[in-house]
Design a binder for this molecule. Sequence first.
Ligand SMILES: [Zn+2]
Length: 91
Amino acid sequence: MSNWAHVRDTKRKARKSHGCLICGEDIEPGEVYIERFGFRGEPVHMRMHPECESFTHDWTDMDWESFSTGDVSRDEIRATASTAARSSGLD
Ligand SMILES: [Zn+2]
């Protein structure tokens, strides 16, 4: 059922606000975001905050299929990202 075909990710600067696929919050004009193209039966076009995109790096197909926009807030994602940075010795 999951036949995701990744085409490309592009880093863009928003000219108008977009909703982030992951946290559901706005990507404000002037913010950098990740634009992803792919196919899952039909063309899929998604936009995400860079930290939200990093948050999905260890997701499996199951995670993607069970996820709905806004299941995790941007604050939670930021908290996770800073915890990960601390535990890996980066700051
Ligand atoms: Zn986001």
